[in-house]
Write a new protein. Structure first.
Length: 510
């Protein structure tokens, strides 16, 4: 397909061995499943290095190596507005504001999922309105993200090996659904550790080859400046104009910060950490990993724009979301190409399986058990969760068969999940936050996200979709909480106790 059968041959061997390895990890993890907590939170026993890698592997996905790479190729330095916070400040804020408070609170109230946490914090056990709203939003986002990852793997294999897109989607789904059904989050964290190493290696290779082929940063900068003269939409400065700055700030805050701090799938990792001490080292390692991933992908995509100024000139396909795949497949040794393509597959699978577990636990733990069968035993719950994993995977396949943009499908799913930052952060840091405020904030944010997507409001408002939607969850939750009756003293004391534990720990350390 690429005029280089060696790449296809090496990649075929790699992918078969790799997928068999992942399935074996799922099988081993399945033997350790004794209760639902093991399936959903890996038994609350995730160590610091594994947590850091599963954090990054889950957050990046096919969005990085394909969606973001294509975005950087087309728009240039506009990508800086999401790259910088997503590699540094957004990650640090996620760990500082969310990780330790939700780890302490979830264990205190025996919560397994974010809807569990919200129900306990916002005293919603009787009506369960907040639980239902949260579950619907999580399911919608999980399906969108699984869809995006399957589109990514379909495009990748079709571009590199010429396999039929539909068959590729079905086979890939069958494999990652298989190991996810077997091992749950325990298997996912193990596989994410391996996949994260592949992703970092692939990104570092992209950076090294891009700088080498361009002749250094100076030559690369000169080439990028010439592209800007040909195509003004290719931005060489994130501060080029006021509209770019306004859009960039909305991207920085909406996608780079608020979407990261609000991710339920990342909150599951915090809740599954061995201890709060684990989270401190994980934060530092995660920032290093994110910097490597974004930096390498960004440089590789920029080099490809200088080498092929117009998408029609790309060596294999005009699909800009495959620029890095084409870069490695046509310009490097087949071994390096196979390794890089494998790293993208790793990113895709590491996120798809996480979204599957989040969606299936939402169906069983957050909806079926509390609403229909509260006395369900753990063994049966695990079996039902595995069946729900299969069902969500099948729906994701059917959606992916339509194709689409990896960038925007994944962005919708990711940003929708980011809406949970408002009720979670305010709920864990502000004792006065109320049930009515959380319901209003989460509902408003979701409706705005749908409106921005359905009516394509981004060009008219010059605001990235996540910014108004996520900001609304904080503002509306806060305002409605002030206008409604405060939670009872027990709820407020539970929130204060989280901070007291931190203060006592700092005092002991001092």
């Amino acid at each position: 397909m690429l005029g280089m059968g060696e790449v296809s041959s090496i990649f075929q061997y790699f992918i078969v061995i790799y997928l068999l390895f992942l399935l074996s990890l799922g099988f081993i993890a399945s033997k350790r499943m004794n209760k639902l907590e093991d399936y959903v939170l890996a038994g609350r026993n995730i160590g610091p290095w594994v947590l850091a890698f599963t954090f990054s592997a889950t957050g990046m996905s096919g969005w990085l190596g394909m969606g973001f790479a294509g975005y950087a190729y087309v728009s240039g330095f506009e990508g800086i507005w999401t790259m910088v916070p997503s590699a540094t400040v957004g990650i640090l804020l996620a760990f500082v504001l969310v990780s330790k408070p939700i780890r302490r609170y979830s264990e205190k109230v025996n919560a397994l999922t974010v809807p569990d946490v919200l129900e306990e914090r916002y005293y919603d056990k009787e009506k369960k309105i907040l639980r239902v709203i949260a579950s619907i939003i999580i399911l919608a986002a999980a399906l969108a993200y699984v869809n995006g990852q399957l589109v990514a793997v379909g495009k990748l294999i079709n571009t590199t090996m010429g396999w039929d897109y539909t068959m590729t989607v079905i086979v890939a789904a069958a494999v990652f659904i298989g190991w996810t059904m077997l091992g749950g989050l325990m298997a996912i964290t193990w596989t994410d550790f391996v996949q994260g190493i592949f992703m970092v290696t692939g990104s570092l290779m992209a950076a090294a080859f891009a700088i080498s082929f361009s002749g250094g940063f100076g030559n690369l900068s000169t080439g990028l400046a010439s592209i800007n003269k040909i195509d003004p939409n290719f931005i060489i400065s994130p501060f080029a104009s006021l509209p770019i700055i306004i859009y960039g700030i909305s991207l920085f805050l909406g996608d780079g910060i608020m979407s990261w701090v609000g991710q339920p799938t990342l909150m599951a990792r915090y809740m599954g950490a061995r201890s709060t001490k684990t989270l401190t080292l994980s934060a530092v390692v995660a920032v290093f990993i994110q910097t490597c991933l974004f930096g390498g992908t960004f440089l590789g995509a920029l080099y490809m724009r200088t080498a092929y100024p117009d998408p029609s000139m790309l060596p294999v396909s005009g699909d800009t979301e495959t620029v890095l795949i084409q870069f490695f497949a046509t310009m490097t040794h087949p071994v390096f190409a196979g390794m890089f393509i494998g790293s993208i597959v790793a990113g895709i699978l590491s996120t798809a399986d996480s979204m599957l577990v989040m969606g299936s636990t939402t169906v069983v733990n957050d909806l079926y058990i509390p609403l229909k069968n509260p006395n369900l035993d753990d063994r049966t719950a695990i079996r039902y969760t595995r069946l729900a994993t299969l069902a969500i995977g099948v729906i994701g396949v059917l959606m992916a068969l339509r194709g689409g943009s990896v960038l925007w499908i994944s962005w919708f799913g990711w940003n929708t999940l980011g809406l949970f930052g408002g009720p979670v952060i305010l709920g864990l840091w502000w004792p006065r936050a109320t049930r009515e405020g959380a319901i209003a904030g989460l509902s408003t944010g979701f409706l705005l996200m749908l409106a921005w997507t359905v009516f394509n409001l981004e060009p008219a408002t010059n605001l990235f979709q996540a910014f108004p939607a996520c900001a609304a969850t904080y503002i509306v939750t806060w305002l409605v909480s002030l206008a409604t009756q405060a939670p009872d003293e027990k709820i407020q004391n539970d929130v204060r106790s989280i901070k007291l534990k931190k203060a006592e720990k700092n005092k002991t350390t001092a």
